[in-house]
Structures are given as structure tokens and as C-alpha cells.
Write a protein that binds this ligand. Sequence first.
Ligand code: SF4
Length: 375
Amino acid sequence: MIDSLDLTKTIFDEINISNDLVMDFDGSAYSARDYMKKYYNGMRRQFERGVLPKAYEHPTGAQLELTYRCNQKCRHCYNQSGGDNSNNPSLSLEDWKRIAHELGELGIFQCVISGGEPTLMGEGLFEIMDILHSYNVKFIIITNGMLIDKEKINRLKKYKYSWFQVSIDGSRPELHDYVRGVESWEKAVNAANLVVEAGLPLVIAHAVVKKNLDYLEEMIDMAYLLGAVKITTGPFSYMGRAVLNSDELELTEDEKKKVYEISNKKAAEYKGRLQVGISSEEAISLRMKLIEPNGVMLIRPNGDVKFDCVAPFKIGNVLTEDIQDIWDKVGKNVWSNPRMVEYVNSIKSSRDLLTVKPRINVDEDELLKPFERSL
Ligand code: SF4
């Protein structure tokens, strides 16, 4: 991290990006490099004034990937859900409930619920969310919407949300269904409508691939008409099944630039009415994480603990260790771990995710060794 290691070389090293644009929380757009400098200087000031700790004593947020199972088989799925891994050994509901209590006791304030498809957990999903809710935890739920109906949304609306995310990969059924591998557009759109009707903040996640690129403007208009507060768009990432399908999905550099131009234009058009978020490239997002103290733990369906969806590393397993122990040993200083820094150094463009090993959710995650950072 920036206080004790000279990471400036890694952070500001030459990288090769097609999207020189980062959207701030308020929807303002900055050149990626300017934003990184602004962010870096802001963090540095906060460390110097003692506003931010050098490391958090416990995780402040978590992501629970509750299951490998999925009722879709998306061509770009970052963790290859809904395929051969559906029967991999997974945590039991009792394990997840114990983890929910453990995280609640540690004082996390936000939890991302994802999978696979989390609604496939049935009653178990509500049992886990009830526990976290009793600790006043706020949620982000990530769903493909296939199993969201009126009854389910009426039960889900009692929780507090940062946002409720439904993935829609096309403004027309044939586009969405092609990307998602099953007929599901109508259900996804219906789910989005139900989320808005229930008064929950709808975010639409939209991955751009070759086939739906020409319909991106229409898709952003549709998000507005559905009543979403935000649509997050951008080219798909080279992770999981997208690595295996990259020939079919991949955009040229010019096409990627087009994605960013359209998103940027629509962001200006809808300013104040719909936020159009553009995903920043991994070469940027990984470098930005080097600047921050880590606050997050991500728990995979088999109990492996990670700290980020992109970085192909794990730091322990909740079946054999306490969450706090994993945090103390590796989690809290994970972004200044020399192996992590070495990995980030090697990702200079989004295409590097295809070749630099380990590849995300294609190769097995590498176990990071504990690293004592001198404070
Ligand atoms: S991207 Fe989401 S909906 Fe699609 S297969 Fe993966 S987990 Fe399922």
C-alpha cells in the first residue's frame, strides 16, 4: 500500500487501455490517468491525516458466492457457473448461516449476494439474508432474474439494499438469449419491472459482446424506460467462460472504443436521470486497488476466501479457519502482498488476462502466503 511500499511505479506504469475514462460516483467522467492521480493523492492525504486506517482490523464488507449452480449458461460467465462445476463440493446451508453470523459479529456493513444464481438457494437465501439483516447489513443482490416473481420480490423487499442488480444482455430477446445460453429475456425484463415496482433501486448489468454491440444505445434507452437508477456497461472481461469463448465474443480495439463513446454520450444525455456506469479496464481497476486498504472478503461456494473477483488468488478457506484469522494473516494487507503486486505489474492491458497465469476462474486460484507489512 502507498504508505510503506513504493508502488507508484506499478500504479503509474505505462499501460495499454482502450478506455481512458473512469466514472466517479457522482457520474463525472475523468481520464483514467487523471482519476488515478486524483485518487492516489486523495488517499495519501487521508492516510496522513489519520482519516483512513492503514489496514482495517476486520472486513467491512463481503461478497458471498452462494452456489456454483445457475439456470443460465452465459458465454461470458466470469466464473463458469451453470456448467460442469455445478456439482463441485459446496458449503452447506448450515455453513453459510454460521458464516453470516460470523460476518455480522465482525461488523460488516454491506454484503454482495451472488453465485451462480443466488435465488436457486430457495428458502436458504432468505435464511442467510435474515441473519445478516439482523446485524443491520445492507445488500447488493446480483441475479439473472429468472426466478424473481411477485411473491419473491415481496419477501425480498424487507431488506435494505445499496442496489438490486439484474443482468440483461440485450434490448431484444434474441441478443440476450444468445449471450445467456437459454431463453430468458422476458423473465429478466419482468424481474427488472418487479424490482422497480417494489421501490428497490434497480441496476442493470449489461456486458457488451460482438453480437449486441450495435444495440447498445437501444439497451441504455431501455434501462431508462425500465426505471433503473443505473446501467453498468462495458466490454466483457476475459475471465472464466469468456476466456474459452473469446474468439466469438471479442471486440476489436475500435469496437471497444465505440462502446466507450456510446456509453459516454448516453451518460451525458441521461445525466441526473439514469447513471450510465462504464466498467474500467482491469489494468486500471487493479492498480486502483493497490492504493486502498482492503475492506472486503469474497467467499466462494466451496469456502475459498478471496478478496476480489478479478485477482486470481485465494487467502484461505472458511471450512478450516476463522474469518478473523484469515483476515489477520493475509486479508488486511493483501494488496501490498509482493505476489499480488507482481501480478498487477504483469497486467498492462485487458487482453493480458488471457495469457498471464493464473487465468481468472480458468486456472485454479493461487494461495497467497502471509505477508507482514511494516506499518
Ligand atoms: S453470468 Fe450469472 S447468470 Fe450467467 S451463467 Fe454466470 S452466474 Fe449464471
